[in-house]
Design a protein around this ligand. Sequence first.
Ligand code: GDP
Ligand code: MG
Length: 140
Amino acid sequence: MATNRTFTMIKPDAFAEGNSGAILKMIEEAGFKIVAMKATQLTPAIAGKFYEVHSERPFYADLCAYMSSGPIIAAILEKDNAVEDFRKLIGATNPADAAEGTIRKIFAKSIEANAVHGSDSDENAAIEGSFYFSQTERVG
Ligand code: GDP
Ligand code: MG
């Protein structure tokens, strides 16, 4: 995957509240193109694998339970400087710290149920995108 891509999930809280459309609209209006997308529901084991990097953190079990608690949308997004620009668009992990106008500020409920995921590096964007999408399920 090219380095002008990032990976996102609309998390169970935002999906359940019917905020997926509004969030995707903000993403497109910020200049990101959707080059892969699907709705799915993770099992606890798959959520655990996705978040394996956090397996030593105290919130890991809660996070895996939460991320498998309902449907999500997974998507690969394309834009120049995608990873950094998308992190800016979503805002800080804790919505209490997120800047005004960011997706998490608008839609997140808590530090855990924070509406969206965004990759933190080009390398992880490629790994995370490939975790969900095969070559034939994405553009390019
Ligand atoms: P992100 O890159 O901004 O999503 O944040 P991290 O990579 O640090 O954490 C991954 C996800 O774990 C976050 O998006 C939250 O859903 C959850 N999380 C992070 N910190 C906490 C915490 O202190 N408590 C709980 N319950 N969940 C957390
Ligand atoms: Mg992270």
